[in-house]
Design a binder for this molecule. Sequence first.
Ligand code: ATP
Ligand code: MG
Length: 389
Amino acid sequence: MDTLFLVKIGELVLKGGNRKDFERRLRDELKHRLRGLSARIQTGVGRWFVECDPERDADVQAVLATIPGIYAYARATRTGKTFDEIAIAAREAARSRVEAGGRTFKVEARRSDKSFPLDSYGISRELGARLLADFPGLSVDVHAPDFTVRVEIRDRAYVYSGDEAGQKGLPVGSSGKGLLLLSGGIDSPVAGYRMALRGLSLEAVYFHAYPYTSREAWEKVRDLARILARYAGRVTLHTVPFTEPQLAIKRNAPENCATLFMRAGMFTIADRIASSIGANCLITGESLGQVASQTAENLRFTEAFAKLPVLRPLIGTDKEDTIALARRIGSYETSILPYEDCCVIFSPAHPLLRADMARETEAYEKAALGPLLDEAFKNTERLVIDPRQ
Ligand code: ATP
Ligand code: MG
């Protein structure tokens, strides 16, 4: 028998007029991600169903668990709408939970087909009684049960126990596209993930100062982009050859401004890439006060080099919380690999803490980075990363 997943659609039901567009995007993305797994998608109001061959069940589950816009999902049994058929399915659902050590339970029923002879309360009560008879030693706890058996009476009856949480959020692309400044650090992949859940499709840009930063450093960024693609769908990684601008900054700029100017150069190029790919914002992993370049004054200086809004989802997030999220999404182990990124190598010992717009703008102009930035932009390389790779 095929595996059936009941899928709960997240924020979508709340979105009134936009709902149709969001559902279409989620369905298209789901279709794309499930291609080749011979899964069938059936959409409905607030509930979708995905059916697949049991052999593909883990792959399908991995998609449901990572794609933005899904609130929760569960393996379900579909039965006819008679009480006996429902009770048999409920017994099977309860059996696996009892075998896993569950001792207390409750039944939750929903009935969108009002012609079903029992109302929700009646279904819960009758089914509860059956399950108590089926499993001696089991008892009801309506407040904090070990497990819940759920029944939904719709076109057919659906029985399941054990919701798995989805990512929630909005489907990819419903907020347009963002260009993520992706370094090899802990923060930027998490920032990209957070914005992907707000409905941005992602492209990423990495500034590579080869040979000061190694081939391995680039591979690490590519691997992080692959991890992001599990959630965000296809990600194009733009690699900007940034050695010449870096060296020019070192030569021509006051030492304490090196990081600040490097970031101004990054924003200049990122903004151009963003316009060329139709992105509506830049995304960074910056967090207020974490390092010298992330004071409000310095953020103001650097973002003046971008015309698009700069989104910084981690601006108020504690590093420990960012690390916890990095672990959860699976990027942490890659982020902590030792290869240095270019910021670290070219960092001044005593970076400027509070940029003065007039003074630093003058020094930046003197560094004459323009032609080098043009050249770096022109020589940017692209790599498309598909989540199904
Ligand atoms: P991360 O852990 O994301 O590297 P961080 O705390 O190390 O962040 P910085 O290195 O100062 O902070 O960088 C701040 C942000 O600037 C990063 O989150 C990222 O968005 C961007 N950034 C820094 N270096 C690069 C790079 N080489 N290529 C692309 N983006 C970068
Ligand atoms: Mg960094």
